[in-house]
Design a protein around this ligand. Structure first.
Ligand code: SAH
Length: 413
């Protein structure tokens, strides 16, 4: 075959696609077919557990036997995902007879259609064919993916999908995205969070947001540093809400970028309500929270089989005896699992004393993880009884997470 392939984007919504074979190739191909809305019929005597789970979830039809020609009744496309060349050839012969395009995992030269290497960026799909060499296709695809990530960041090349109106580019209705930036390492933002950040007109960022993420914004993006807003905390929050609402109503796409997850001690709920009240559409993109990531970065799993079957995340911002505190420290002292305390350094001595007074053993392993997942991460390991004193000598500072529980030593050899 010497001619070039003719590229197409198949719109498979509700259309029958037959996949023959239930092994590794089918496991990799079926999700994208389902994602495209295809009505997938899987013909195979046996399935991988991953495919079995999709069948059990009612996502596709499975006929548990070998292929027969009638399986192609009503099909628009066939994916041959079996190793046996004789069986594969007989499937493609039936497909050819019926003029149904046939993708062959076992023999690309015998196939009548090729699966490209794909990268997706919001509304844009780039599909690469490597002239019959899948490795070449993947190499080129990877290069384009990297390039697109940069171009998107610098000039919004892919257009800006608008969740509320479905328009791209040009005129937009303003909206707000509350995006979790992750714990500190700029690579720990989600793929969606990163994409929305590259599309933003205005970015309102917190003190805890990884600086490198902001470094990559387009020069014309308005960056509002929420930590620099004067006034006290509650007035500052009102100011932030106002900025989000005002900019969005003026037509901007505003990303409110917050450390960790927006809803874990991040006041994301208040911002969502303020936007909703003003009629501004809001999307929330969860983030990797420091309450789980900081222990992990220090080699501490928040749960571990046979050690801790629960973990509790709590704010140590208010002293245990503060009338405003909503935390039942006495009750927490009775738990056996992992306790993760955020914003707890200032009150650590009072917190540990309260936990011990209500029955948690002073021997319980404890750790403090400062600036987790960043270049300046520091870890202090101690016990519940000693950690407050050790903290003073070690001179650790916020932001830091305190972890209490047997998981602290669980992975130590
Ligand atoms: N929404 C954030 C938490 C905001 S409260 C999240 O989900 O992670 C701020 C507190 O988070 C800090 O006082 C500290 O306790 C914790 N924190 C945030 N980032 C941290 C990091 N990189 N290392 C350790 N603790 C961190």
């Amino acid at each position: 075959m010497t001619s070039n392939p003719y590229p197409l984007g198949l719109r498979l919504d509700g259309r029958r696609v037959v996949v023959v074979g239930g092994g590794a190739v089918a496991t990799r191909r079926v999700p994208a077919l389902l994602d495209a809305g295809a009505d997938v019929l899987l013909v195979a005597p046996e399935l991988t557990p991953a495919l079995r789970a999709r069948v059990d979830a009612g996502r596709l039809h499975w006929v548990p036997r070998r292929f027969v020609p009638e399986d192609l009744d009503g099909a628009w496309l066939v994916q041959v995902a079996i190793d046996d060349p004789m069986a594969a050839a007989s499937v493609s012969a039936v497909a050819a007879e019926r003029r149904i395009f046939c993708v062959r995992a076992d023999d690309r030269t015998a196939a009548t259609a090729w699966t490209p290497a794909v990268t997706r960026h919001g509304p844009v799909t780039v599909a690469v064919l490597g002239g019959g060499d899948p490795r070449r296709a993947m190499t080129v695809r990877d290069a384009i993916r990297d390039l697109l990530a940069v171009r998107l960041a610098t000039d919004g090349i892919a257009g800006r999908p608008d969740a509320s109106t479905g328009t791209t580019g040009g005129r937009r209705t303003g909206r707000v995205a509350l995006v979790g930036a992750g714990p500190g390492d700029p690579e720990l933002i989600t793929v969606r969070g990163w994409r929305l950040l590259t599309e933003a007109d205005v970015v309102v960022a917190d003190r805890l947001v990884p600086g490198l993420l902001l470094d990559e914004l387009r020069p014309d993006v308005e960056l509002v540093d929420a930590s620099k807003i004067p006034y006290g905390p509650s007035r500052a929050q009102e100011e932030i809400n106002q900025i989000l609402v005002d900019r969005a109503l003026a037509g901007a796409f505003v990303v409110r970028l917050k450390g960790g997850d927006p809803y874990v001690f991040g006041r994301g709920g208040e911002e969502l309500l303020a936007c909703a009240e003003a009629g501004v559409p809001v999307t929330v993109v969860p983030g990797v929270t420091s309450s789980i990531a900081a222990p992990a970065a220090a080699g501490i799993p928040v749960t571990h089989r046979g050690v801790a079957h629960e973990f509790t995340v709590v704010s140590g911002h208010l002293a245990p005896d503060s009338p405003a505190s909503l935390v039942r420290w006495d009750a927490l002292a009775g738990l056996r699992g992992t306790l993760v305390i955020l914003m707890g350094l200032k009150n650590l001595a009072a917190i540990t004393a309260t936990l011990i007074a209500h029955g948690r053993s002073p021997q319980t392993p404890a750790a403090v993880v400062q600036e987790a997942t960043t270049g300046t991460q520091r870890v202090l390991r101690s016990t519940l009884g000693e950690i407050a004193a050790d903290l003073r000598t070690a001179d650790l500072r916020p932001p830091a997470v305190v972890v209490v529980g047997d998981v602290v030593g669980a992975l130590d050899g």
